[in-house]
Structure formats: structure tokens, C-alpha cells
Design a protein around this ligand. Structure first.
Ligand SMILES: [Zn+2]
Length: 631
């Protein structure tokens, strides 16, 4: 499930508890409807509708076909298992969900009446207020708009971006005490508040997109001469001169929620990665740009935003790394600088290794340009490459060429004679090694291949169906059936977890690595994020991360649709932990929607498990058959 905001307003919580106490007094637990999602007191996303799922008490299941569940006045069918899935409108604030179970023949006429109710439940949830515009009638500064993730440290030549929200159609400016006064700001055109969950998983429309007015922006290019140490930006707002008001007031001022440090003598500073693997991101908390940087890599930090260092990787490339797994080196130390003179390749039966001797551990990035072209980028490196020595006995590498893309960015471009299977990057002391892995022997046969199946979740149960069947249980049952089918066809199959024992997400790729997996398939079942209607949006979907896993994802998705008969819910690039390892093709399959009563029930059947098993086995076989080994 998605991350939920846990910042409750204490007063609201107290109200929830009182409401709950009042509600539970009326009936005993065994007789009540069980609401599985949302949980009582949960803070939902700021959306206008949500699904509610749960089940009726066991004593009523024999007559389930004749029952309805009425939630906040809307009627929903009860599945024969006793489960139900409702879709109801929400309003912001403390929101009450009231559920009653009635006989279809004798529901009360009033949508809010509880007369003749056979069972009931009441819970309260919190729906955050979406950002709204401020009235033009009074002068108000609401506060930061899209602020940095924390305090900023920036230097001369960089631009401080400032945005705040307040009364629309006013005059706005900002100042930095001791640095600059009266920097003019302009009101931006109204912003639309979109919700990613609906855009990606829904029908694509934003159900109630709000146009937000009164957002002002301005910027200040930091000159060399100024200094500021942990200073807050001051926002100013006043009525425009041409607007007439009865009571003209003094301009308003408000401090930014973050502090700025300008031209600090703490930067630049060389930092060394002190964690085993580390990602460099595009922005703090934003997209992963560079993966798996090992302990010991050094780079130049030129500033900071919150708990993130801003790294200058080359003339124009920047990235952000979390401060906690990184140590600052003594002032004056520079990151390594290498002139690359030579590159050499070494062929082995299962791989080919490209070795580049460097002066230190430079950040690196691997780009899969297409199925036969891989680009290795090394930052902080200068080419004097006069020599590339090929292992002539090896046939995987067709040609390697180099380019200095810009100052501080060296690229080795490797063209292969057949499709990339996987790769591995590491440092041996300061020699950088890129190992391109060859496909397993007898590539077009499933027989003898090592397949690691990953039943998603464990102690953390993942999504839960209306009757309480957890994704962790459903995924395991499916994986065991897939294992049986693959084993019958001659594959060696390993489960990341063979039972309900706990296995953290981060430990799963290690199981694949230690078993020398040829392929990795993670098995899950789906739910929707808040605000997306599961009745309209459901089906089977498959996810990949690296391009070399795309064909496997397509083959399995094709088979999943064919074998299960469920709707095609799409093929996805997904930034998923288990899909990120580079050494083998890796995919994640979302088989059914466990939150839909019919599909939760399907997941408990041997027939459906066998359909999924056949689909995954057929999909892997199709992928292996189609794999282009250049022969
Ligand atoms: Zn899952």
C-alpha cells in the first residue's frame, strides 16, 4: 500500500476516538461488519472518493446472496464469501464511514436509517484539505509553495527559487535580511492540483482538479560578495495600488519555513560514500538517476538541500545524495581525477569483463541504450584513451568506442553481438570492472535454468482482501503452484521465502544473487491507491525496471491475459526494489486485484493458481525461445 500521511491533528483524533467509542457501544464485535480498508483513524490521500472493503459477520454468510451493504447511503452487493467492495464520495476533514447490512427485500426507505439493520460498523477517517486558493477579500500569506525539502546551502552563480502562496492579485516581493531587499515576485498562472494515483492507475482524468490562484514566484542569482548563514527568506505581500479597499493595511510579511545559507565556506567539499550501495537522485526524494554506487566512491558536494548533498558530477550534471550514508572529507581534499589511458576486456565462459584502471573510485552510470548497446559513464574522468585491448577469443563484444561527452564525463560505448542478459559493476581497489553476463547455456530451453520466485510481502502483509485474505498468503500460494509447474518443466526453482516467515524486501535480491539466479519473478496481487475506482480499473499487470527485462515482462503479461482471462491492466516501467538488480532479467507480476471480492475468492482456488503458474511458465519459455543470441 502507499505511504500514508501520519500527521494527525490531535484534536481530530480525540473526536475519532469518541465517535468510535459511541459506535462500538451499540453492538458486540462478533456481530459487526468488519471494515478492512480504510483503517479507523487512517489519514487518506486528499482525494474526493475512496473504496471501502470488508466483510459481513460469519453468521450472515449463508444468506449473503440476499444481502446488501449500505455505506453512507449507497448500496453495494455482498459476495457469497461475505466480502464487499464499496466506492463512496469523501469530503475533507474528519469523515465518518457508516456501514449497515440489510436484507435486499427489506431495506429502510431513508438512506441514513439503521432500522432493520442486521449488522453495522462505524469508523472515522481523516481526509486532508486539498490546497485551496485564498479569498481576494483579505490580505493573507499562506506560506511556502513547493519549498525545498529542507534548509538550503547554495553558492555564487546559483539561483535561489522562491515561491509562496497568498491572496491573489496582490503585489509580492521577498527579501533576505542582511543580503537583499525587495526582490520582485510575480503571480503565476493558476496551478492545477493533480493526483498521480488517478493519472497512472485510473482513467487518466483528475476528478476534481482545483485551480489554485495566488502563487507568487521570484528568484535571486547569488552574487559572489554576499554571505548568509541560516537565514530565513521574508515573504512580503500588499494590495496592488490599483485596487481599492475600505481599510488599506500595511504590507504583510512572513518568514519562509526553511533557512538559506549563501556562499558558505563549508562548500565545496569532497564527500565519500560510506554505505554499501547508494543511489544518486535527480532531486532530493525525486527520481533515481544513478544506482548502486559502492562504498568508497567520492564526489564533490557543492551545496545542500535539507538532508541531501548536491553533487557536481561533471560540467553540467548534478545529482543529490542522502547525507547520512556519506562522510565529508577534510577541507581541501579533491575527489579523484583520472586520465584514462587504456581499457581492456577479458572473456570467460559465462561473461566478459571490461577493466578500466582509475586513480580512485569515481561515480559511474550504466545506460542500456538498446538491447545490444550499453554505455558506461564515468564522472570526473578525462580521456587520454590511446588503447583498447580486446580479448580476441571472446565474441560477445563487437566493438567498444569512447567519447568525452563533456568536461568530467567519459563514456565507453559497447556494442554487443547479441542481446544483453545482465551486467554487474564493481571496483577492485580502484580498477573499475563492468562484467557483461552471458545468457545461461542452452538458452532456448527452460530445462536447467535457475528461476527465483519471490512471493511478495510477509510480516508486512501487503494488501488485504475483503474477507481478510492477505496478499502475503495469496502470493505464497501462487508462488508454490508456479514452482511446481516450472519444476515439472525441468527448471531449478528457488523461493525467496518458502513459507510465511518474515523476509524484508531488501533481503530478497540477495537470495537471487546467492543462488546465481538466471531469472527473477516477483509475485504480487494488486490494490488501488486512494481515489482510484477499482471497479473501473483492474486486471493483470507486469512491471520491469531495466530495459533488458522488458521482453520477459511482455511475454509474461501476454500469457497472464491469455491464461487468466482477466483484463489487461498494462505493462509498466516501475521503480521497484526487486526489479532493480542488474544481473538477470527481473520482473514483478500483479496477478489479480485482491481487494475485489470476486478476485479475492478466485485467488483461493487451485484453478486460478494453475492458470497463473501456466502463464508464468509459458511466458518464461516464450522469452527464452525468442531471446536473440545472434546465432
Ligand atoms: Zn504487493
Amino acid at each position: 500500500m502507499l505511504y500514508k500521511n501520519r500527521h494527525y491533528v490531535r484534536a481530530l483524533l480525540a473526536v475519532c476516538v469518541l465517535l468510535l467509542a459511541a459506535a462500538t457501544k451499540a453492538y458486540s464485535q462478533a456481530d459487526s461488519i468488519v471494515i478492512v480498508y480504510p483503517k479507523a483513524d487512517q489519514t487518506l490521500a486528499a482525494v474526493d472518493s475512496t473504496f471501502v472493503l470488508g466483510h459481513i459477520p460469519g453468521r450472515l454468510i449463508p444468506e449473503a446472496a440476499g444481502l446488501v451493504v449500505r455505506i453512507n447511503g449507497l448500496d453495494f452487493p455482498v459476495h457469497e464469501t461475505g466480502g464487499f467492495l464499496a466506492w463512496i464520495p469523501l469530503s475533507p476533514g474528519n469523515f465518518t464511514i457508516q456501514a449497515y447490512c440489510f436484507r435486499k427485500k427489506r431495506p429502510p426507505k431513508s438512506p441514513t436509517s439503521s432500522a432493520n439493520s442486521l449488522a453495522e460498523a462505524v469508523i472515522s477517517v481523516v481526509v486532508p484539505q486539498p490546497v485551496r486558493s485564498v479569498s481576494e477579500d483579505s490580505l493573507v500569506i499562506v506560506g511556502d509553495y513547493q519549498p525545498p525539502v529542507g534548509d538550503l546551502a547554495i553558492s555564487a552563480g546559483e539561483m535561489l527559487e522562491v515561491r509562496f502562496q497568498g491572496t491573489p492579485k496582490c503585489q509580492a516581493w521577498f527579501s533576505i535580511p542582511g543580503v537583499v531587499d525587495s526582490v520582485p515576485m510575480s503571480e503565476m498562472s493558476p496551478r492545477k492540483q493533480t493526483y498521480w494515483g488517478e493519472a497512472l492507475f485510473g482513467i487518466g482524468a483528475v476528478p476534481e482538479s482545483l485551480m489554485i490562484t495566488g502563487i507568487y514566484s521570484g528568484y535571486y542569482v547569488i552574487p559572489p560578495a554576499v554571505r548568509a548563514d541560516s537565514t530565513r527568506v521574508l515573504y512580503h505581500l500588499n494590495y496592488s495600488q490599483h485596487r481599492q479597499f475600505k481599510e488599506p493595511s500595511a504590507p504583510l510579511a512572513m518568514e519562509s519555513g526553511y533557512r538559506v545559507t549563501l556562499n558558505s565556506n563549508k562548500y565545496p567539499i569532497t564527500v565519500r560514500f560510506s554505505d554499501s550501495v547508494q543511489a544518486i537522485r535527480v532531486r532530493p526524494l525525486a527520481g533515481y538517476n544513478i544506482l548502486f554506487q559502492p562504498k568508497g566512491v567520492e564526489a564533490l558536494a557543492v551545496g545542500a538541500e535539507g538532508d541531501w548533498y548536491r553533487l557536481k558530477l561533471s560540467a553540467t550534471q548534478f545529482g543529490y545524495v542522502s547525507k547520512s550514508p556519506v562522510e565529508g572529507l577534510p577541507f581541501g581534499l579533491l575527489p579523484p581525477m583520472t586520465y584514462i589511458k587504456s581499457v581492456r576486456t577479458y572473456g570467460y565462459s559465462d561473461s566478459v569483463r571490461i577493466e578500466i584502471p582509475l586513480a580512485g573510485m569515481h561515480p559511474f552510470k550504466v545506460i542500456e541504450e538498446d538491447s545490444r548497446t550499453i554505455r558506461l559513464q564515468l564522472f570526473g574522468v578525462v580521456s587520454t584513451t590511446d588503447w583498447i585491448r580486446y580479448d580476441f577469443a571472446d565474441s560477445l563484444i563487437e566493438i567498444a568506442t569512447w567519447d568525452q561527452l563533456e568536461e568530467g564525463l567519459y563514456e565507453l560505448r559497447i556494442r554487443l553481438t547479441h542481446d544483453l542478459w545482465g551486467y554487474d559493476c564493481n571496483y577492485h581497489a580502484t580498477t573499475f570492472c563492468l562484467t557483461l553476463l552471458k545468457p545461461p547455456a542452452d538458452i532456448h530451453q527452460l530445462r536447467g535454468k535457475t528461476i527465483v520466485l519471490d512471493p511478495g510481502h510477509s510480516s508486512e502483509p501487503g494488501s488485504t482482501g475483503p474477507t481478510g485474505y492477505t496478499e502475503a498468503e495469496a502470493n505464497l500460494a501462487l508462488a508454490i503452484t508456479v514452482q511446481e509447474m516450472l519444476s515439472l518443466r525441468g527448471a531449478k526453482v528457488i523461493l525467496t521465502r518458502p513459507d510465511m516467515r518474515n523476509l524484508p524486501l531488501v533481503d530478497r535480491p540477495a537470495v537471487a544473487k546467492s543462488n546465481h539466479a538466471d531469472l527473477f519473478v516477483s509475485i504480487h496481487n494488486n490494490a488501488q491507491p486512494d481515489g482510484v475506482n477499482p471497479y473501473l480499473n483492474n486486471g493483470v499487470s507486469t512491471y520491469y525496471y531495466h530495459p533488458h527485462s522488458l521482453k520477459l515482462a511482455k511475454c509474461v503479461q501476454t500469457q497472464m491475459i491469455e491464461q487468466t482471462g482477466l483484463p489487461d491492466y498494462g505493462l509498466y516501467f516501475g521503480n521497484l526494489h526487486v526489479a532493480r538488480p542488474t544481473q538477470y532479467p527481473s520482473i514483478l507480476v500483479e496477478c489479480a486485484f485482491i481487494i475485489i471480492p470476486e478476485q479475492e475468492s478466485l485467488l483461493k482456488t487451485e484453478r486460478f493458481r494453475k492458470q497463473v503458474a501456466k502463464a508464468i511458465a509459458n511466458g518464461i519459455e516464450a522469452f527464452l525461445e525468442e531471446y536473440d543470441d545472434g546465432k
